[in-house]
Design a protein. Structure first.
Length: 226
C-alpha cells in the first residue's frame, strides 16, 4: 500500500503515540493534534495532502463533533471517530454529520490498522475507469464521483459506497443485514437504523432522482429506475 498522510487527533499523548507507531510501521506519514483547535489549524495547512483523519470525540477547546462539522464544510476526506462512548444514538448522530467509520476505545491496534487500510483502499484504491449512467445518475468509479443530470453531488465515502452498492444491484431487494455486511465490510453490532439515516441523506442529495431508491417494507431497499 502506498504512503498516505493521516492526521491523528487525540488529547491523550499516549494514545497518539500508540496509533502513530502502528501506522508508521505500515509506511504512513502521521500528523498529530492534541486538541480540536489544533486539528483545524493543521488541517487547514495540509488539507491538500491529508488522506484520512482519526478523530477523538472528547477533547479540550473544541470537541470532535465541532471539528467534524467544520471539516465537512470543506472536505470529504475520510474520517474515523475514536470514541469511548458506544451509544447507538451517538453513532447515528455522527453518521448524520458525515463520519465514515467508528472505532470504540479500548481497541486493538491491529484492528485499528486493518480498519484504516480498508478505508484508504476503498477511498483511494485502484478503480475501473468506467462511468455508469442510471437514468441520469452517473457514477464515475475512477474518480469516485456522482453526478445527477450533469451536476456533481457531494457524497461522503460511506454514502457513495451505499449508493454504488444499491445501483450495482439494481432491481434487487436488499435486506438491511446484507447492506451492512457488504457496505460496512465488517460485523456491525449497532442499530441498523444507521442505514435509514444514510438513505435519507442520499435521497435528499439526489433530488428528484432520490425516488429511485425504493423502501421495501419488512426487507430493506431496492434501486429501481422504472
Amino acid at each position: 500500500m502506498k504512503d498516505y498522510s493521516i492526521l491523528v487527533v487525540d488529547d491523550e499523548e499516549r494514545m497518539r503515540k500508540l496509533v502513530k507507531d502502528f501506522l508508521k510501521a505500515k509506511g504512513h506519514t502521521i500528523l498529530e493534534a492534541e486538541d480540536g483547535e489544533k486539528a483545524i489549524e493543521i488541517f487547514e495547512q495540509n488539507k491538500d495532502r491529508i488522506d484520512l483523519i482519526l478523530l477523538d470525540v472528547m477533547m479540550p477547546k473544541l470537541d470532535g463533533w465541532s471539528v467534524l462539522r467544520q471539516i465537512r464544510q470543506k472536505s470529504k476526506v475520510p474520517i474515523i471517530m475514536l470514541t469511548a462512548r458506544a451509544e447507538e444514538q451517538d453513532e447515528l448522530f455522527g453518521f448524520e454529520l458525515g463520519v465514515d467509520e467508528y472505532i470504540s476505545k479500548p481497541f486493538s491496534p491491529k484492528i485499528l490498522v486493518a480498519r484504516v487500510e480498508a478505508i484508504l483502499n476503498r477511498a483511494y484504491g485502484n478503480k475501473e475507469e468506467e462511468t455508469k449512467d442510471h437514468n441520469g445518475i452517473k457514477i464515475d468509479e475512477a474518480g469516485r464521483t456522482v453526478t445527477v443530470d450533469g451536476k456533481l453531488v457531494e457524497l461522503s465515502l460511506r454514502e457513495y459506497e451505499l449508493l454504488k452498492y444499491l445501483v450495482d444491484n439494481e432491481n434487487i431487494a436488499l435486506s438491511r443485514d446484507k447492506i451492512l455486511n457488504n457496505v460496512w465490510n465488517y460485523d456491525y453490532y449497532g442499530d441498523s437504523r444507521t442505514i435509514d439515516s444514510h438513505i435519507k441523506k442520499i435521497r435528499h442529495k439526489l433530488g428528484k432522482k432520490g425516488k429511485y431508491i425504493k423502501t421495501m417494507r419488512g426487507v430493506g431497499y431496492k434501486f429501481e429506475t422504472k
